[in-house]
Design a protein around this ligand. Structure first.
Ligand code: UDP
Length: 253
């Protein structure tokens, strides 16, 4: 499928105009960044794995009636998505304390939370995506009150779905981040899960051993990132057990 003009290049993905109006081609790069891009590397195979994993999660969400921007995967690195207006918030859902929350509140990583906690960060790299409250979101007009209700409901539905899927393959969903987009159907607008859902944006721990199978492997130098992501893909049946080509793909495009 022919790609159009480049629209945007981010840290892990490039967006191109899609073949039809209202569509975008999302290209997954092998670049890994952490700590607001202070740590960088190129990790062979990461893009292809995230493309497949995001396809898997988004397809499942679509099938259970949680709307997403995902239309179809095109090849190893690209997927076709609906174009949407991204709400400038990172929506984080936490089931267990970890990362910035553990640091901020002095709670040991892995502590189970009594209920899922939803946090919002304002998407602005130059500010380091600061944590904001619903008061900030309303006051600065980043999203309306009705949007916030819909975002909360989407985030919790994604959490239930992902927690269940991961539990089924022996993985604990510690936390994750999603982005929300606004799509227009004529005069009608609705919110959908956008961007990607992959081990880049989730914390995934093996239930038995606590082994990390997510981007913390890169952030904290814990070993091979593609091995960790391939393990998740294999457990989910997205990548056959004996297949190595996905981790060292010969790439189309
Ligand atoms: N996260 C993300 N992108 C970001 C910040 C966080 O995907 O820019 C994800 C991260 O991978 C984790 C969750 O959101 O699964 C919570 O991240 P946290 O706030 O603990 O920040 P971190 O410790 O990653 O800086």
């Amino acid at each position: 499928m022919a790609r159009g003009k480049k629209i945007y290049e981010g840290k892990a993905k490039i967006l191109y105009e899609g073949p039809e109006q209202g569509t975008i081609i999302q290209y997954f790069k092998d670049d890994a960044t952490a700590f607001n891009a202070e740590k960088k590397d190129v990790i062979d195979g990461k893009g292809a794995l995230n493309n497949r994993l995001s396809e898997y999660f988004m397809t499942g969400l679509n099938q259970i009636g949680v709307p997403t921007h995902f239309l179809k995967r095109l090849n190893m690195r690209e997927q076709l998505v609906r174009s949407c207006e991204i709400i400038p918030l990172e929506v984080i859902v936490r089931n267990f304390a970890a990362g910035s929350m553990s640091k901020r509140l002095g709670i040991e990583e892995g502590t189970q939370l009594t209920r899922p906690i939803v946090e919002y960060c304002y998407k602005d790299d130059s500010l380091g995506d600061p944590l904001v409250t619903e008061e900030h979101i309303a006051a600065f007009g980043w999203a309306a009150q009705q949007d916030m209700e819909d975002i909360l409901s989407l985030a919790l539905r994604v959490n239930d779905f992902l927690s269940g899927v991961m539990f089924g393959v022996g993985i604990k969903l510690i936390d994750f981040k999603i982005e929300i987009g606004r799509v227009y159907d004529g005069d009608f607008q609705r919110l959908v899960v956008a961007d990607e859902i992959s081990p880049d944006s989730c914390r995934l721990w093996d239930i038995e051993t606590g082994q990390k199978l997510d981007k913390d492997v890169f952030r904290r130098d814990l070993g091979s990132l593609t091995d960790a992501y391939a393990e998740v893909a294999q457990r989910l049946g997205v990548l056959p057990r004996n297949a190595t080509p996905m981790t060292k793909p010969t790439l189309i495009n």
